[in-house]
Ligand binder design. Structure first.
Ligand code: C5P
Length: 396
């Protein structure tokens, strides 16, 4: 996949540095040649010896290592690769890149290079969300730096939220996407994601639980294979992916309108957790506790977006639905595939014990015309990549 590609991998300081060892392994397995650069902070988390052993290459650490300078100057080192990857990229490293500092080997290489740069940020959620880091992120993007992740999930520091470094397989996929081939180039796909909110009155709503993480990862994976992605999302808790066409909606009816508005598309992936019912008569004023007693809500059925797309005159060639079940997952999902008229169903068990809902991993079954395929439990990003790959093969 990456045969002959030369990657300079800068390993920053942070607990995610341990994942960089696996990243090196996966890059090597994909055929890439890895030149590792270990920052001083990075070396607090992984040893130069383990990095060198996995990369099967010399580790560069110090700007003033004269032996390296005589053999290969830092300017040359910054330009002998096809891509520079910073993983993990700490908040500090991002700030230094934005400022154009060159006070150690890694920052000097990043300033001196004429090659593309990709970063995989990893940091505490508060550090990631801090306006300074978000400003730096925007500036790095404006400077042409590609960004992979971070993912949402539990962090080593005990907090939960965005800040986990993308998984090595996701970084490898982003690198592969950078170099191509892009089997979905020129193909338009629709992805629905997140929950819908159905108003009861101006302040209350009913909704399904959904972080939007899996739908977001699928949109990103399809984009990485070159697809033009229309991403119709309800109010999700994870940010929408970069470089896709985002349409934000609240209700199922809005989602249907946006989904139909995104046609024609060759593929539709309906990953949204759409509320099945809405309150038949939305109250125009906030329902007061005291005056009217406990309100009785009457529901009416929401449109089924997946079923509508499956029977639409502009039906995408491949329509994929999801089935979140808490029991008899495969039986229910197989019945759902027939009922909705879609081509594939991605089914998963979302009973609380699995930790899948809102979590970083997913264990899915792919139900197609030819049967059931059970995939191992994988990070949501990897589930998305596998699915995107299957989609690319199906519509090739
Ligand atoms: O019927 P159920 O909600 O279990 O089906 C789940 C699948 O159908 C998902 O793919 C979901 O995105 C889709 N769906 C939809 N519109 C609805 C309800 C579900 O597109 N109103």
């Amino acid at each position: 996949m990456l045969a002959g590609k030369r990657i300079t991998l800068i390993i920053g300081g942070g607990i995610a540095a341990y994942k960089s060892l696996d990243l090196i392994r996966q890059l090597r397995r994909a055929g890439a040649q890895v030149t590792p650069v270990l920052t001083r902070a990075g070396a607090e988390f992984v040893t130069p010896l383990s990095v060198a052993a996995l990369a099967e290459a010399q580790v560069f650490q110090d700007l003033f290592d004269l032996k390296d300078e005589t053999e290969m100057g830092h300017i040359q080192l910054s330009r002998t690769s096809d891509l520079l990857v910073v993983a993990p990229a700490t908040a500090n490293m991002m700030a230094r890149m934005v400022a154009g500092l060159a006070d150690d080997l890694a920052s000097t290489l990043l300033l001196a290079t004429d090659k593309p740069v990709m970063i995989a940020p990893a940091m505490n959620v508060r550090m990631w969300q801090h306006p300074a880091t978000q400003r730096n992120l925007a500036q790095l993007r404006a400077d042409g730096v590609q960004v992979v992740g971070p993912n949402v999930g539990d962090m080593a520091c005990g907090e939960h939220g965005p800040g986990r470094m993308a998984e090595p397989a996701e970084i490898v996929a982003a690198i592969a996407a950078h170099f191509g081939p892009r089997p979905l180039a020129g193909r338009r796909v629709l992805v629905t994601s997140g929950p819908t909110h159905e108003p009861i009155d101006p302040v209350r709503y009913i909704a399904n639980r959904s972080s939007g993480a899996q739908g977001t990862a699928i949109a990103a994976a399809l984009r990485d294979l070159g697809a033009e992605v229309a991403f119709v999302t309800g109010p999700a808790s994870v940010p929408a992916p970069e470089a896709v066409q985002v349409v934000r909606v609240e209700t199922a009816r809005e989602m249907l309108k946006a989904a139909l508005g995104a046609l024609p598309a060759e593929v539709a992936v309906c990953a949204a957790a759409v509320a099945d019912w809405r309150v038949a008569q939305e109250f125009t004023q906030k329902v007061k506790k005291t005056t009217q007693g406990i309100p009785l809500l009457e529901f009416s059925e929401n449109p089924d977006i997946l079923a509508t797309l499956s029977t639409h005159e502009q039906r995408p060639r491949l329509v994929i639905g999801f089935a979140a079940e808490t029991e008899e997952v495969i039986a229910h999902a197989t019945a759902k595939r027939a009922r909705k008229g879609c081509d594939w169903i991605v089914a998963n068990d979302v009973s609380p014990a699995t930790g899948i809902m809102g979590g970083a991993e997913n264990a899915v079954h792919l139900i197609t015309e030819s049967g059931v395929e059970s995939w191992p439990r994988l990070p949501k990003g990897e589930v998305a990549q596998r699915l995107a790959q299957r989609i690319a093969e199906a519509i090739a």
